[in-house]
Design a protein. Structure first.
Length: 285
């Protein structure tokens, strides 16, 4: 078999694999949105849920989803950012830093249900927070922290060494070079990593079942982080598994479509400015 034939076979294989994957994703989108969009309305998106009667909404759950997302990012981004910078710039190559990197990689692959049980034991029991929004957000932050550390370290390492050397040669300190040169240059990759962990937080359910609970506050919106805070993804699981409302299937279909739309819009709102920034930093190429 000649090299040209091998190349054509490999090209055909990769094209076919890509088309199949895109087709599966498109089928999922059409199926979920096609089933759920007819049930989306103003009352459904912003209304209060019902426990027994039909016609309830998901307003508090949608609010709690963004509230948990915001609190988890406030916790995970600063810690993950500074930890990644330390590993990329300051940490010496020795057995300790190798152990830290291996530990971060191992934590990145731990199932979310394990983090949920850990968060329940630590925040709900040991710290006495019980089922609360802050406990759920802190546990989600622990889930996303290893990913944020690795993304930050890799983003900093992808910046050409000439940027770092030129900044130091001009008399800047390490911190000035990091703050004014490395972070701006690595910002598009950092934004991509933040988008990844944000989407993961929006769709997380196993952790929040054990830490944030299956109920919502009677007040809407309720910014008290010590209240129980069922999110949209948890509500979707609850409606399909244990709900007593007669229109549970319709609520589940609408919730799934709404969650998918929210994740897509959030990714677009973050990725589009990231692409524009990346083009500007690369001289429009």
């Amino acid at each position: 078999m000649t090299s040209k034939t091998t190349d054509r076979i490999a090209t055909l294989y990769f094209w076919a694999s890509g088309i199949i994957i895109i087709g599966i994703l498109a089928w999922f989108l059409v199926r979920i949105l096609g089933d759920g969009l007819p049930y989306l309305s103003w009352h459904f998106i912003f209304g209060q849920p019902e426990e027994i009667k039909a016609g309830g909404g998901v307003g508090p759950q949608l609010f709690n989803s963004f509230y948990v997302l915001f609190l988890s990012l406030v916790i995970s981004i600063p810690i993950g950012l500074f930890s990644g910078i330390y590993l990329a710039i300051y940490a010496q190559k020795n057995w300790f830093t190798d152990l830290v990197r291996i530990s971060v990689e191992a934590l990145s692959s731990v199932p979310s249900i394990v983090f949920g049980l850990f968060g329940f034991l630590l925040f709900a029991n040991l710290l006495g927070l019980k089922f609360s929004i802050i406990g759920g957000a802190a546990t989600v932050a622990l889930l996303n922290l290893p990913v944020m550390v690795r993304v930050t370290e890799e983003a900093i390492r992808t910046v050409p060494d000439s940027y770092w050397e030129a900044s130091l040669a001009l008399g800047s300190t390490k911190w000035q070079a990091i703050r004014k040169v490395l972070i701006p240059a690595a910002l598009p990759n950092l934004i991509t990593g933040i988008t990844l962990i944000a989407g993961r937080a929006l769709g997380e359910s196993a952790i929040l079942i054990y830490t944030a609970g299956l109920s919502v506050s009677r007040f809407f919106p309720d910014f008290n982080p010590l209240k129980m805070g069922e999110t949209l993804s948890v509500h979707l699981w609850y409606i399909g598994a244990e709900s007593l409302v007669p229109d549970a299937k319709e609520i589940a279909k609408g919730s799934a479509a709404l969650l998918l739309i929210v994740v897509l819009i959030f990714n677009l709102l973050v990725s589009i400015p990231s692409r524009i920034l990346q083009k500007r930093l690369s001289g429009g190429k």
